[in-house]
Design a protein around this ligand. Structure first.
Ligand code: ATP
Ligand code: MN
Ligand code: MN
Length: 313
């Protein structure tokens, strides 16, 4: 259903014979990415089109949100808590361990996502655990942050090394561009180990890489000290920490998105901001197979990975 057939400012569901108006956007022509001409309505169209791809990564988990009411050139607010005037399609859910802090934010459906678009959310950063099991993460993210002067091939090599180490631990590893400067290597978990165990596991990987290749990697250090090196940032893997969602847009020039890739697709030609709001839907429509199709099915428990023979109770 071409978006041009929709009344101005009305986002519509893709694919159905009878697309139903989902949410009335105010100021649909507001420019969020001025250089690319991407408006609020354009962002709503993007998320409507790729909804089935992004849904598994953003539904039913706490979300931190980067809001840019005046687009990427204006002020940015990284929000971990609900604010006044949120659409009813957006779920407000208290953190069970911090009920006094005010509710966190979650969504259940495309209406919720379009509510985020209406609220000028230009980046979506989920937790690595779900509302069903806050304390036991179902996703690990190892965030590779290249320092000044690091060539892209070195980031690719780093991602492959992280993959090897995750696989050695019995886990599956997937890779995505961040839409910024680096790559994320993501491992699905059966929610079993708690946050401290998962953090310790990922710290172990980062520390081992830095110890084995001190000229290439650092595990924790200030930007100034990592010229020519890649920070293996494991700190996405602690309670309350977040990483940008697969398929989320970035509030940066170029309107890039974080794009899941097949490992074989990693190449010097596909940089971290290669896929954008403009090109991602075409890529997804043209793919014969989603490279992350098995993501959730590939989940393994961390404990099982470390100790194949589990003690019986
Ligand atoms: P890049 O490839 O450019 O590094 P990235 O998404 O990995 O992209 P990082 O700076 O490495 O960016 O990671 C920052 C992460 O920290 C974000 O993904 C986000 O979830 C989290 N975060 C915490 N506080 C903030 C904040 N104030 N603004 C933006 N992100 C924040
Ligand atoms: Mn990063
Ligand atoms: Mn980082």
């Amino acid at each position: 259903e071409p978006a041009a057939n929709a009344p101005a400012g009305t986002a519509r569901a893709a694919g159905g014979a009878e697309p139903k108006p989902l949410l009335k956007l105010s100021h649909p022509d507001r420019l969020y990415w001025p250089d690319e001409g991407v408006t609020k309505a354009g962002l709503a169209d993007y998320y409507t089109e790729i909804w089935r791809s992004i849904a598994p990564f953003i539904v039913g988990r706490p979300l931190a949100l980067l809001r840019c009411p005046n687009g990427i050139a204006g002020e940015k607010f990284f929000q971990k808590h609900a604010w006044k005037g949120l659409s009813k399609a957006i779920v407000q859910v208290p953190d069970p361990t911090e009920p006094a802090e005010g509710p966190l934010i979650a969504i259940n459906d495309l209406d919720g996502l379009l509510g985020l678009v209406q609220a000028a959310v230009l980046e979506i950063h989920p937790w690595g655990s779900t509302l069903k099991d806050w304390e036991r993460p179902d996703t690990i993210t190892l965030d590779l942050d290249p320092g000044e002067g690091v060539v892209w091939q070195a980031v690719i090599d780093a991602a492959r090394e992280v993959k090897d180490r995750l696989e050695q631990a019995g886990l599956a590893a997937f890779v995505k561009t961040t839409g910024g400067k680096g790559l994320h290597v993501v491992a699905p978990l059966k929610p079993q180990a708690d946050w401290p165990a998962v953090k310790a596991f990922t710290k172990g990987i980062a520390d081992a890489m830095a110890a084995d290749s001190p000229d290439r990697f650092v595990a924790t250090i200030t930007k100034a000290k990592r010229t020519g090196k890649i920070l293996v940032d494991y700190l996405r893997n602690q309670r309350g920490a977040t990483a940008v969602a697969a398929y989320s847009t970035r509030a940066r020039p170029g309107a890039a998105v974080s794009m899941p890739l097949a490992w074989e697709e990693l190449s010097p030609a596909v940089g971290p901001a290669y896929f954008t709001v403009m090109t991602a839907p075409t890529r997804l429509a043209a793919l014969s197979a989603d490279p992350w199709a098995d993501f959730r099915a590939a989940a393994r428990p961390l404990e099982g990975a470390k100790r194949p023979a589990r003690k019986r109770a």
